[in-house]
Design a protein around this ligand. Structure first.
Ligand code: KIV
Length: 277
């Protein structure tokens, strides 16, 4: 299969639906890449599903780069996108460009994602001008969830829907090559998808987007704290992992593990040879 480039991603607008998942380490990236995923997002959801924070806000650039580099080492074909964490692009376009370049050089990413609408367009322009491809993210933006009244569906009334459509158009003009639409009515996501020339990637935004993204832990049933209603859990691995670990514990305790097939034999009689050594 051919590598998904930013250009190839952009050209998928209106064609075959794009599939995107989050990934945070090389072994998972290798599995998802091997399964044929188009794009891997090293999301700042890292903070909640892998680092044990209560929100995405504490995640640092160093943490993101550490995991982005691991994902890039595991992915051969998928487009790897680094999520710019809270505080890494809000201070100035210069700060955003410097951190965006770090995602490319140190994280091995092909592009970055930033949250926000019209207010981040100057930053998007600066990144794109510096050669850092950007995917936007509007609707429910977890980094500013506090200002949005919590983790709630956005764009439910006409004024809010119009604002999201304006944000999408402004981001398009600023040069994003794709746009994540999170937690909004399916009909609004359809209108936005028809209005812009770059692919939209939905999460809780219905079936009319050009692609879909989910957090991998949610899809696999690995994150038990909460599951958003828009998530489809394709497999529930948490109970299977617990059962496997319980079997391991009881076999260690009973001595059933390791058996001869998991142990190294030797022709030497070390007991005799080493006695008194
Ligand atoms: O951080 C993340 O995983 C995300 C996706 C859910 C879009 O932003």
């Amino acid at each position: 299969m051919k590598k998904t480039t930013v250009k190839a991603f952009r050209e998928m607008k209106g064609g075959r639906k794009l599939s995107m998942l989050t990934a945070y380490d090389a072994s998972m990236a290798r599995l998802l890449d091997g399964a044929g995923i188009d794009a891997l997002l090293v999301g700042d959801s890292l903070g909640m599903v892998a680092l044990g924070y209560d929100s995405t806000l504490p995640v640092t650039m160093e943490e993101m780069l550490h995991h982005a580099a691991a994902v890039s080492r595991g992915a051969e074909r998928a487009l790897v996108i680094g999520d710019m964490p809270f505080g890494s692009y809000q201070i100035s376009p210069e700060q955003a460009v410097s951190n965006g370049i770090r995602f490319i050089k140190e994280g091995g990413c092909a592009a970055v994602k930033i949250e926000g609408g019209e207010e981040v367009c100057g930053t998007v322009r600066a990144l794109v001008r510096a050669g850092v491809p950007v995917i936007g993210h509007i609707g429910l933006t977890p980094q500013t969830a506090g200002q949005l009244g919590g983790y709630k569906v956005q764009g439910k009334d006409l004024a809010a829907a119009r604002k999201l459509l304006d944000d999408a158009r402004a981001l398009e003009a600023a040069g994003v090559f794709g746009l994540v639409l999170e937690a909004m009515p399916a009909q609004l996501a359809a209108v936005i998808t028809e209005a812009v020339s770059m692919p939209t990637v939905g999460i809780g935004a219905g079936p009319h987007c050009d692609g879909q993204v989910l957090v991998i832990q949610d899809l696999l049933g690995l994150f038990e704290k909460f599951t958003p209603t828009f998530v489809k859990q394709y497999v529930n691995l948490a109970p299977e992992i617990k059962a496997a670990v319980q079997s391991y514990i009881s076999e260690v305790e009973s001595g059933a593990f390791p058996g001869p097939e998991h142990s190294f034999a030797s022709k030497e009689n070390f007991r005799a040879l080493l006695s008194g050594a």
